[in-house]
Design a protein around this ligand. Sequence first.
Ligand SMILES: Cc1ncc(COP(=O)(O)O)c(C=O)c1O
Length: 389
Amino acid sequence: MFYNLAEPSWGEEEAAALHRVIDGGFFTMGPEVAAFEEAFAAYHSKKHAVMVNSGSSANLAAIASQFYRNNNTLQRGDEVIVPVLSWSTTYHPLQQYGLKLRFVDIELDTLNMDVGKLEEALTPRTRMIVAVSILGNPAALQTMRDFADRHGLIFMEDNCESLDAELDGRKCGTFGDINTFSFFFSHHVSTMEGGMILTDDLETCHLMRAVRAHGWTRDLPPDSPVFERRGSDHFEAYRFILPGYNLRPLELSGAVGREQLKKLPEMTAQRRRNWQTFQSLMEGDERFIIQRENGKSSAFSFTVILNPEHHLDREKVFAALKEADIGFRIITGGCFLRHDVIEHYDYDTVGEIRNAEIAHDYGFFVGNAPRDLTPQIERLREVLDRSCR
Ligand SMILES: Cc1ncc(COP(=O)(O)O)c(C=O)c1O
């Protein structure tokens, strides 16, 4: 394809890492995963990292952990403030743990939650805010952090789409009490499938380590704050303290993650150069609403929303993109209220949901792989211009 939605970013280093694991003959979670966790935590200046087998699993383990803390524990029926545009598995663990969602509209330009609606979203039952920085563009994370602190709320960042983005010199995925990441193929770094959670809280970290592997204590040190050792080694080796899952990543993913992380700064720099090319070719054209950067984006895609005031035909644009061999897709998961699964949710909305509906009906995105995409972006510009006359 001339212009792909996503491209492989592996080289010889990743292949060598895979062979190192294969030669060692030990494939499930072990020292490679531990080394990747350590490097990932250090990259973000966070105390603890827990790797899991996907970003969705990261969200699941993060939410589960908040139900088992000693203090400030989530309870079924508690309310969570969420943006209405994100990926399905930002929301599913909240539903699965019996939480009620309060959906807030997004800003049409940044595509992130409209934080001007936070006060209106707050009720006596609110216990948590989930921030999502869409497609590399930092959300108003400090505003949400301050709001959460003022009201004693748990603050979670689902940062699965914004690894290496920055706000006020600080990395996205470090503002939350719990912060999740995805290493799916099309994201910033790829471990085939994979995810990570960062936290500074030891109790949360240990709860997630137990939830990650069957709810057992085996991956916890004897002085862990979440259990007291009381049996023989025979008992302790198979001791279950929480209703957990098996969300463990493979050693192969850990080994590849270590190599990908080394390449991340250069990949982000190249993506930012492409982003500047895209921006300079698109800006000032009122037919198209492109993402307005907040802080420092690590965009792995470029969004385009056809300005509804210009009454353009998105199907005609899609046909032209196909013809030009340019891949495109819905923005993240679109407006979540538009999906059938919403029937299974306990939720309400904070005022009118308008911008997410516009993004759903008039928007799409194309890829931003970490190599020079100038010819691809120029062709995109020309196709958009021609199909929107
Ligand atoms: C915001 C967000 N959260 C969670 C996920 C889930 O990540 P994964 O595909 O690794 O399960 C995604 C996936 O794209 C996402 O965009």
